[in-house]
Each structure stands twice: as structure tokens, then as C-alpha cells.
Design a protein around this ligand. Structure first.
Ligand SMILES: NC(=O)c1ccc[n+]([C@@H]2O[C@H](COP(=O)([O-])OP(=O)(O)OC[C@H]3O[C@@H](n4cnc5c(N)ncnc54)[C@H](O)[C@@H]3O)[C@@H](O)[C@H]2O)c1
Length: 385
């Protein structure tokens, strides 16, 4: 049994050597113990839905996946994470969750994990976060994106169908809409992605819908807008080598990790010339995943909805808000390739069907990312990162 992920060694965090030696002797996929005592036990509570689900979280060691794992556990659900750690961290997985080191492109191993876990209790829901998501990289390396995001999903769906898992929650993105004409994005709007990343996510959405129809699956496709912030525990947050999002870049400037923030483009067709985006706190987003999983299990019908705050802020407005809280330098730079002028979510469907309402505002998003990043710098971060 091969437990190694199929990425280049340079992308693999230090923990992998440890995991390999721990896992390599087994003939079956090994459920590994979390390297870190990242415990949520004091926060567990029964779900308001009355459900106790067993959930497979693929990509659950990453940013959004780990926050969703936290919320699932806080809501009394049982969680098993499957991740190749290409951009995630095992230390982001709390000790209450099971963990398998593995790649979604490895169908044999996925099937074995499903069979092994089903022996005690089958999964009720699978959540898929395991994707590559850097837009400029997708433009220069489209085939890597199709391989991981489309072929990876095909393999995973095939294993889920074979393993009898009937409910899937999928991470999609506002990038499927492409350039909007200026208003809010509705789920029924035309989808015309303008970069390979968005194309792979749209292809994935369609693959899920067709597979669901053929094999009787229920699915929730959740299209996120700009996700930012960190869990209140500050144990998890956005921890990547390559940061491309506005909020962490601001915080790096505020914490002296970069000389200044660059604002890409001031000639867009928006009131102040900078891009307008919709920022949603990662914990609000994670809670929507819990609700979506419960929704499809209870209602046995598909769901496709936007997840954002429903409010747009220009880059300039975010910078001004951050400047009222922290001090940092900024400068204007030319536009980046592939950035639409305006992306704002219409979130009525998520409100109506899930009863979901984001609770955390822009200030909370900024402050929590700052606090998390300061914690990383001060060396309190998990040893494996
Ligand atoms: N971060 C955002 O702002 C944003 C916005 C819209 C949509 N999304 C979507 O949300 C999902 C999660 O994003 P994130 O920001 O948490 O990214 P992330 O890189 O932090 O998490 C992805 C996780 O998946 C794992 N992974 C990747 N490929 C894998 C494979 N082949 N096999 C097993 N594990 C694999 C990585 O190791 C990582 O732990 C992605 O599907 C992304 O497209 C993110």
C-alpha cells in the first residue's frame, strides 16, 4: 500500500517523514494520530439539527477544510480527514478527528479507507476541499489544475459511488462566474470562467451533477467568495507559503513581514478604481458547510448556493478599514492578470434554504487574521508548520 502523496518533495512539510515512517509498515491505510494536541473537547455540543453524522473531509488539513472540521466537531459530528498535505498541515487537524495521509488521485487507497471505515460505521457525507487554487498558477500550469481538480474529483466520486457514500458537499468558487457585468452574482447567472482554475471548478460542478443523477447522490455545491480570517482559538488560520489574498497580505505588511502592501490596479470601472470583493469569515463559511451537509442528508435534494457576506468592499475600503486598526505602508501597482472588477454574492438562497447568516464583519475578519499571523510569528504555531 502506497501511503505517499504524489507531489514533489519540495511541497511536502516536515511532518511527512514522520508520517511515512509511522504509516509505511502497514498493509492497510493507517488512521494516524494528530501530531499535535489540538483539542476541541471542551467545545463539543450536539448539533442543533439532532443529527450525528460521520463525515469524510477530503482536504481537511487545509485552510477552509480545517475550519470546517472544527465546526463539524463542535456540532457533535464524527470526522475523518483524508489529505495529501501538499498545502495543508496535519497539525491543523484536531485530535478528535481521524486522519489518513493520502491523495484523491489514488483510487485504490480511497476505496480501502472507505471500506476500512465502513466496517465500524459508513460515512454519511463526504466533503471535498482538495484542490489547487492559485489563479495565476492555473494560467501557467492548466494541466496540473485539470489533473488535481477534475481528475482528482472523478477518482473520488468513483470511490464514493463504489463505497456507497450518498452525500457530497463540494467547495466551488465565485470564479465560475467569470467577469460579471457589475451587480451581484446569482446562482442562476451565466457561468463563463476567465481562468483555468474557474474552469476546473465549473467542470467539477457539472461532473457532480451528472454523477448524482446517474447514481442517486445528493450534493451541495457551495460557491465561495473571498474567504478570510481565522478561528477564535487561533490554532488554525491561513498558513501558506504563497499568499495571494488581500487580507493576509495587509497583515504581513502590518506585522513587518513585507515592506508594503501592493494594490493591483486603480483603473477598474468601480467608484474608487480598485476591485470590489465580498469578504466572508472562514468560520461563517465553515458553519454553512455543516448546515449544507445536514440539509442534503435531511432533505435528499441537491443544493447549489453562493456563500459570501452579500456586501462588497473595494480594495481601497478594506485598506482604509485596516489602516484604522493597524499601521502599514501601501502602494499602487499594475492590474493582475485574471482579476474581474467586481464580485459580490447574492446570498438569499443560502439564507432561505439553510437559514445561514454570516455573523462576523470585516473588522473581525481583519483582527482575527492579524492575531493568528502574530501568533505564527511569535513561534506559538504548531511545530509541524
Ligand atoms: N481560499 C479561498 O479563498 C477559496 C475561495 C473559493 C473556493 N475555495 C475552494 O476551497 C477549497 C479549499 O481551499 P483552501 O483555501 O482551504 O485551500 P488549501 O490549499 O488550504 O486546502 C486544500 C487542501 O487539500 C489538500 N489537497 C490538495 N490536493 C489534494 C489531493 N490531490 N489529494 C489529497 N489532498 C489534497 C491540501 O493538502 C490541503 O490540505 C478548494 O477547493 C478551493 O478551490 C477557496
Amino acid at each position: 500500500m502506497q501511503l505517499e502523496a504524489q507531489d514533489t518533495p519540495a511541497q511536502i512539510p516536515k511532518t511527512r517523514a514522520h508520517l511515512k515512517s509511522e504509516a509505511g509498515t502497514s498493509t492497510h491505510p493507517s488512521r494516524l494520530t494528530s501530531a499535535k494536541t489540538n483539542s476541541l473537547s471542551h467545545m463539543n455540543r450536539a448539533s442543533d439539527s439532532g443529527l450525528n453524522l460521520k463525515v469524510l473531509v477530503v482536504g481537511g488539513a487545509g485552510y477552509i477544510g480545517s475550519h470546517t472540521v472544527y465546526e463539524l466537531i463542535r456540532n457533535g459530528h464524527q470526522v475523518v480527514v483524508y489529505d495529501n498535505l501538499s498545502s495543508g498541515h496535519q497539525s491543523a487537524v484536531p485530535e478528535q478527528a481521524g486522519f489518513y495521509l493520502g491523495d484523491i488521485l489514488d483510487e485504490h487507497q480511497l476505496e480501502q479507507v472507505l471500506a476500512q471505515e465502513s466496517a465500524s460505521r459508513p460515512f454519511d457525507v463526504a466533503m471535498h476541499f482538495a484542490a489547487k487554487l492559485i489563479v495565476p498558477e492555473s494560467v501557467t500550469q492548466p494541466l496540473r489544475y485539470y489533473h488535481n481538480n477534475v481528475e482528482g474529483l472523478r477518482v473520488m466520486l468513483s470511490a464514493l459511488v463504489a463505497g456507497g457514500v450518498r452525500n457530497i458537499v463540494f467547495s466551488s468558487t465565485a470564479a465560475v462566474y467569470g467577469s460579471t457585468t457589475g451587480g451581484e452574482c446569482h446562482e442562476d447567472d451565466r457561468t463563463i470562467p476567465i481562468n483555468p482554475y474557474g474552469e476546473t471548478k465549473l467542470a467539477a460542478e457539472r461532473m457532480i451533477a451528472w454523477t448524482a443523477q446517474a447514481h442517486g447522490l445528493n450534493y451541495a455545491i457551495l460557491r465561495y467568495f473571498n474567504v478570510a480570517g481565522a478561528d477564535t482559538s487561533l490554532q488554525i488560520g491561513l498558513n501558506k507559503d504563497q499568499l495571494t489574498h488581500l487580507v493576509p497580505l495587509i497583515m504581513q505588511a502590518a506585522l513587518g513581514q513585507r515592506e508594503k502592501l501592493e494594490i493591483f490596479g486603480r483603473d477598474y470601472n468601480t467608484p474608487d478604481g480598485t476591485c470590489i470583493r465580498d469578504y466572508v469569515h472562514v468560520t461563517d463559511l465553515a458553519q454553512a458547510h455543516v448546515m449544507a451537509g445536514e440539509y442534503i442528508v435531511k432533505n435528499e435534494r441537491p443544493l447549489l448556493c453562493n456563500l459570501g457576506s452579500g456586501r462588497g468592499f473595494s480594495v481601497r475600503e478594506v485598506v482604509e478599514e485596516a489602516l484604522s486598526m493597524f499601521s502599514f505602508r501601501y502602494a499602487y501597482a499594475p492590474r493582475r492578470c485574471g482579476d474581474p472588477a467586481k464580485l459580490i454574492a447574492n446570498i438569499e438562497r443560502a439564507r432561505h434554504l439553510l437559514g445561514w447568516q454570516p455573523q462576523r464583519n470585516l473588522q473581525t475578519i481583519l483582527q482575527s487574521d492579524y492575531d493568528y499571523r502574530r501568533r505564527l510569528i511569535s513561534g506559538q504555531e504548531p511545530a509541524s508548520q
